[in-house]
Design a protein around this ligand. Structure first.
Ligand code: NAI
Ligand code: MG
Length: 358
């Protein structure tokens, strides 16, 4: 009956922000009468790797498959373990083996956050980016011939399957339909990429027939990136292939503040496997151990987890608490990346108190 959450703090500041992420979820559970259970794991960390020579135990998949969701901090300590080993040996295995085919990121300008775009205020930017997370441009089909000669040739294929394209579009259309604006923007490049992108566009048109109440538009990726910066108020839900979604899902949050606050969901909407919620940032070795990391990205990722499972009141309260504390802008509370003198503890506890008071 309780929602079972696997907690994986990982490395560096992941271990510092995670306690406040869990405390804020516990506060939301208390305030709204939710049943959440937490179990913490020490794998997917470089400490685990140092002890056991691998990022994960052999039975990780069976272990984690028994949970409803994974709440993940950050992984990587490049001085000790190469990044490709730590990342491919943990997080990317979760994404692939648990078929987390949606990567979801909010792009929302919060009060109290300095917007890098001139003249934008809270409320102006509030949209979601839905990225296809399993196929597309990031396929391993291809090869290299005539290496070392002047005929040297490399090829890497884009793979789009009807199932793969339709399932991400369906998720994006459903999300758009659930929001007041009911607007979906598709990222394309069908003027230059003449086979896969027209196919993507055709599947968007086909899917749109089932959502007559959702307004659909599409832009080529080049002008779309310009619109992200110049006209971010025009978006509600933006959907893109793996590559285009990757670019947009870094650009969008970058337009709304610091890396310390952005969250991300890697979602398997079928529920066949657990979905994973994490801050966008990494383990930040440069500030690790000092207790000054911004916990907002971690806490906001927990808010996405609540929203994913339909606990909308609790999710609204967590986001409201984040906004209240950041808007207050107390320099003694907020962290250095946002111009304050506070700590992970001061900011994390301030948000926790707001949730308990909701
Ligand atoms: P990073 O996100 O860890 O840090 C980039 C910069 O942002 C650093 O200057 C850091 O101090 C700052 N920063 C990040 N999060 C912050 C926070 N919460 N509060 C205040 N400042 C914050 O990215 P970087 O340095 O490229 O990677 C470090 C390690 O993290 C590498 O091993 C990398 O592979 C790993 N990484 C892991 C990710 C994950 O677990 N999903 C994502 C990105 C990187
Ligand atoms: Mg990226």
């Amino acid at each position: 009956k309780p929602l079972k959450i696997a907690v994986i703090p990982g490395d560096g500041i992941g271990t510092e922000v995670m306690p406040y992420g869990v405390r804020c979820l516990e506060a939301a559970a208390k305030t709204f009468g939710l049943e959440l259970s937490f179990q913490t794991f020490d794998f997917a960390s470089c400490d685990f790797y140092d002890r056991l020579g691998d990022m994960l135990p052999p039975d990780w998949k069976e272990t984690l498959a028994g949970f409803d969701a994974i709440y993940f901090g950050a992984v990587g300590m490049p001085d000790r373990v190469p990044d490709d080993v730590s990342l491919w040996g943990s997080l990317l295995k979760f994404r692939r083996e648990f078929d987390q085919y949606i990567n979801l990121r909010p792009c929302r300008l919060l009060a109290g956050v300095k917007c890098p775009l001139a003249g934008r205020k809270p409320g102006d930017i509030d949209f979601w980016i839905v990225r296809e997370n399993t196929e597309g441009e990031y396929s391993s089909i291809g090869g290299k011939i005539f290496e070392g000669t002047d005929r040297e040739t490399v090829v890497q294929e884009t793979v789009m399957t009807r199932t793969g394209v339709d399932r991400v579009l369906k998720y994006a259309f459903d999300l758009a339909q659930s929001r007041p604006r009911r607007k979906l923007t598709s990222a394309t490049k069908s003027n230059g990429i003449s086979i896969t992108m027209p196919y993507w566009d055709a599947r968007v048109r086909e899917m749109a027939k089932g959502y007559p109440d959702v307004a659909v538009d599409k832009y080529h990726i080049d002008i779309l990136t310009a619109h992200f910066v110049q006209r971010p108020d025009m978006f509600d839900v933006v959907v893109g292939s793996n590559l285009f979604g990757d670019i947009l899902s870094d650009l969008g949050p970058a337009c709304t503040g610091t890396i310390g606050i952005a969250p991300s969901g890697n979602i398997n909407p079928t529920g066949a496997f657990p979905s994973l919620f994490e801050p966008v940032h990494g383990s930040a070795p440069d500030i690790a151990g000092k207790g000054v990391a911004n916990p907002v990205g971690m806490i906001w990722a927990g808010q996405m987890l609540l929203q994913h499972f339909g606990f909308q009141d609790a999710a609204d309260a967590v986001l409201g608490a984040i906004e209240t504390v950041l808007a207050r802008g107390d320099a003694a509370v907020i962290t250095a990346d946002m111009g304050g003198k506070g700590t992970t503890k001061s900011l994390g506890e301030a948000i926790e108190s707001e949730i308990l008071a909701a």
